[in-house]
Design a protein around this ligand. Structure first.
Ligand SMILES: Nc1nc2c(c(=O)[nH]1)N[C@H]1C(S)=C(S)[C@@H](COP(=O)(O)O)O[C@H]1N2
Ligand SMILES: [Mo]
Length: 413
């Protein structure tokens, strides 16, 4: 023990074995103030805190699979920097964005939500009406069905995990349960579908089946990470559909209509359908699947032989992440990773594992399993099942190859 009665670093290193010892090894052993920065005079306080000037972190706007470095006016999505995030929450300004026709400028004082169709009492709400209602808050991921579309056909070895998996993010969303609104308008029992429509120029509108799960979990959000929604994410109102296609989380929500069949909008006929290997297309493939990716080490990074910590994110639209396994020998053998708890249902969960790299070329892979027993498929069986005609819902295991110089590259398997 040191003279202050705390275990000293020297003591810790001398007695610890295994992981802690290998993490601490190579760091200076010291117990004096000379090793920490001097105290410094601070800058003025402000009304808004900015990121440290030393932290370089941002999204990357893209125009579609493989279309990077585009004029921002051509961008259709902007990906979250998964390789630079820690924990499981995506900072609000780094939540990925997918907007089909730009971000409308909506005045919350003038905005309205119409709830009508097969109901006894059609109603129009303003934003304050909704804020006065009972609320729910949920920390959930939203994922674009296009996430992973970079790797359907080939693997560009210069891609980062931001490029391959950056269309998923986890935030805490707050709003009014769909059920509460349904009771207010007195929905007809025979209504089994709902149309949700946005007020952007594209007028993104989707038909949503009113299953028990959706009735229990969907909500109309006005809050994101403790503040009003950001404009890019639907200000002042968006639908949140935990576990389901990002596209169903309608932003700039202006209308909910109840009916007894899907509306067959162009978003569910021309777009967001899945062409299968046999030439037939699947419609209404609404749930996001069990998925994961190692975020470090990941594409374009370089590692050194010896101790390395592997970490990444796993998520499932079915429920909670129950287990993540990692292979460091190209999917021949697997070891269970530690999960950063709690693993919330339908939210991203961080996983980690220590690893000693022997300096020989190898491949690292992660495989997640959720609490419904759904296992993330390897790429070969995934492609054998769905073929390569589809564009959406790619969720095969991600493989990173590491060469003898420690360079990490995106590969198919
Ligand atoms: N009104 C409207 N809602 C929308 C969209 C849109 O373009 N317009 N994009 C959808 C798609 S395809 C996705 S993946 C998610 C993206 O949500 P985010 O930008 O908050 O990440 O919003 C969905 N909701
Ligand atoms: Mo999307």
């Amino acid at each position: 023990m040191s003279q202050h009665g705390r275990p000293s670093r020297r003591h810790f290193i001398a007695t610890s074995t295994g992981l802690a010892a290998s993490v601490a090894a190579g760091q200076a052993i010291a117990d004096t103030l000379a090793d920490v920065p001097a105290r410094a005079v601070g800058a003025d306080l402000s009304g808004h805190s900015e990121r440290s000037k030393y932290v370089k972190i941002g999204r990357i706007p893209e125009a579609g699979p493989g279309k990077r470095n585009v004029d921002p006016s051509d961008a259709i999505n902007s990906k979250a920097p998964l390789d630079k995030l820690v924990g499981s929450i995506t900072p609000t300004d780094l939540h990925y964005e997918r907007s089909h026709s730009g971000v409308p400028d909506l005045d919350p004082a003038k905005h309205r939500l119409l709830v009508h169709g097969m109901v006894r009492k059609p109603l129009v709400f303003n934003v304050d009406d909704l804020k006065a209602m009972p609320s729910v808050s949920r920390t959930v991921f939203i994922e674009c069905t296009g996430n992973g579309w970079e790797n359907w056909h080939r693997a560009d070895e210069n891609l980062t995990v931001q490029n391959t998996h950056g269309l998923v993010s986890t935030n805490e969303w707050t709003g009014v349960p769909l059920r509460f609104l349904i009771d207010l308008v007195a929905k007809d029992r025979d209504s089994t579908w709902m149309l949700a429509e946005g007020s952007d120029a594209a007028g993104v509108a989707r038909s949503i089946p009113l299953t028990d799960e959706i009735l229990n979990e969907a909500f109309v959000a006005y809050g994101q990470n403790g503040e009003p929604l950001r404009p890019a994410h639907g200000f002042p109102l968006r639908l949140v559909m935990p576990g389901f296609e990002g596209n169903l989380n309608i932003k700039w929500l202006r209308r909910l209509e109840f009916g007894d069949r899907p509306w067959m909008t162009r978003w569910e006929t021309a777009r967001y359908t899945q062409l299968q290997a046999n030439g037939k297309a699947i419609q209404f493939q609404l749930r996001m699947e069990t998925n994961s990716a190692i975020t470090s080490p990941s594409g374009t990074m370089t590692i050194k032989p010896g101790y390395n910590r592997i970490t990444g994110l796993a998520w499932s639209g079915h429920g909670k992440i129950a287990k993540v396994e990692i292979s460091t020998d190209g999917a021949k053998s697997w070891k269970e990773a530690e999960l950063n708890l709690p693993a919330l249902p339908k939210a991203q969960t961080r996983f980690q594992m220590d690893w000693t790299w022997d300096g020989k070329p190898t491949k690292i892979v992660s495989r997640s399993t959720d609490d419904k027993g759904k296992v993330q498929p390897d790429r070969k069986s995934f492609i054998a099942e769905v073929g390569t005609n589809a564009l959406f819902h790619y969720h095969a295991q991600q493989t990173w190859s590491i060469d003898e110089t420690g360079k990490v590259r995106n590969v198919l398997d």
